[in-house]
Design a protein around this ligand. Structure first.
Ligand code: AMO
Length: 429
């Protein structure tokens, strides 16, 4: 029976393993292979004089990254990875790999990001790259389990839609029979509609599509968002929920992904609660102490401003109390100072991770806000309708999963945190 490579120890007497040929070395009388599966690497040693001729024939014809099956005797040997090796009694090539490889999985030859992404399946065989995606899996599993434990219902909403949510720009139009349609920018309208449906708490983990022209290390044209909406809650309630989630997920990864973190050389520090809440006006003051291009009241925070504030704070923080004019129509203005609204951004010192707000739940005010943004209430009728038959007050947020993983693991490029990135220039694989 096949054993995962990690399960083969110096005490194992005999083992069958299946994996990819990571490295081949020939030292005259001895051949060495390193065989890799998702659990680890093992050395296979072939003493040429002691093994049957068939094994030698197979060993000579095998290429790097081929899939092989090895059945043999396990021996303790100090210098080998894991302190053990296998001397084969059987060696079988299950699937031969062509040579040369488009990419060096053993990472002796470094590769550019584009080369890596062109052969992502090979790139993902690298233990370091695999570690990122195993941690990403832990992050999304932990985050969704956390939200379910807080009573939120897992929903799925359409990605083919008729209207923009985050303003009229940055939409991908698509051909949808005889109608005009778009790829959805955010589940915003749908998650709010489920508050009208009485679900009280919902979450969705899914793709968002942004036709942003800029090509940066922190933007994708298809990203993954964890969206949350909660009824009878205000912006403070959902900020607390978000900060609890971040701490829970960091904790979970620290406890369950030690090996993958070690593979990446990441010493994970779980952020401490509560994260500072910094009013927008104060945030621009902090930024303007050091940034060259000053931020005027009513401007969005530039990447330089975000860095400056991040350096000053040194950890996760919220920017709260934003000017109503620069937030979407659905953000609730403060009743006593309507030029500010109950919107927030969750920031990592390096970049924005999440945006959210208490929402406008009053139909007429919402229509007014949509108009004030120069949008037409008619195109939002399917959404506005849900505000006319009993809509509870509600609040929520959207959290970018790639940015969460990128900042958690200190990755230099958001493309490291997504298997098959979609950016300005990349549509395959
Ligand atoms: P926003 O547009 O700020 O808010 O998006 C929420 C979060 O999603 C991530 N994100 C992206 N990540 C990578 N590339 C992109 N192009 C990209 N765009 C967004 C970010 C961002 O903070 N409807 C609101 C959320 C809400 O209010 O509930 C929204 O979509 O991490």
């Amino acid at each position: 029976m096949r054993l995962p490579i990690r399960a083969v120890t110096p005490e194992t007497e005999s083992a069958e393993i299946v994996g990819w040929v990571h490295e081949v070395r020939d030292l005259g009388g001895l051949s060495f292979f390193l065989i890799r599966d998702r659990t680890g690497i093992i050395q296979v040693t072939i003493p040429k004089k002691k093994v049957p001729a068939e094994i030698l024939d197979v060993a000579r014809s095998v290429s790097r990254e081929s899939v092989v099956r090895v059945q043999g005797t396990v021996k303790a040997i100090e210098k080998a990875p894991g302190g053990r090796e296998i001397v084969p009694e059987e060696l079988e090539i299950i699937s031969i790999a062509e040579s040369p490889l488009p990419l060096d999985v053993a990472e002796k030859v470094p590769a550019e990001m584009d080369t890596r992404l062109d052969s992502r399946f090979l790139d993902a065989r690298k233990p370091r790259v695999r570690a990122i995606f195993f941690i990403r899996s832990a992050v999304t599993c932990a985050a969704t389990a956390f939200l379910a434990s807080r009573g939120c219902v897992n929903i799925a909403t359409p990605k083919i839609v008729a209207a923009a949510t985050e303003g009229g720009t940055e939409l991908f139009p698509i051909a949808y029979f005889e109608k005009e349609a778009f790829m959805n920018q955010s589940p915003q309208l749908y998650k709010q509609m489920m508050m009208a449906a009485g679900f009280e708490g919902v979450f969705e983990l899914g793709p968002i599509f942004r036709a942003e022209e800029h090509n940066t290390v922190r933007h994708l044209n298809e990203a993954t968002s964890l969206d949350v909406e909660v009824s009878f809650a205000d912006h403070n309630d959902v900020m607390e929920l978000l900060e609890d989630l971040i701490v829970y997920v960091y904790d979970y990864v620290a406890m369950n992904c030690a090996e993958h973190l070690a593979e990446l050389g990441v010493d994970l520090t779980v952020p401490a609660k509560p994260f500072p809440r910094i009013p927008y006006a104060e945030a621009i003051e902090i930024a303007n102490r050091t940034v060259e291009e000053k931020i005027a009241f009513g401007d969005d925070l530039s990447p330089a401003a975000e860095r400056a504030i991040g350096d000053a704070i040194g950890g996760h923080y919220f920017v709260v109390d934003w000017p109503t004019d620069i937030r979407p129509y659905y953000a609730m203005p403060y009743p006593d100072r309507p030029e500010f609204c109950k919107a927030f951004d969750l920031m990592h010192p390096r970049m924005e991770l999440s945006s959210g707000a208490q929402r406008v739940h009053d139909h007429d005010l919402l229509v007014e806000r949509i108009r004030a943004k120069g949008l037409s209430p008619e195109s939002f009728e399917f959404y506005l309708k849900t505000f006319r038959y009993g809509m509870p007050p509600h609040a929520g947020w959207g959290l970018g999963i790639e940015r969460l993983v990128m900042t958690m693991l200190d990755l230099g490029n958001i493309r490291e945190a997504v298997l098959f990135p979609r950016d300005r220039h990349r549509l395959t694989p």
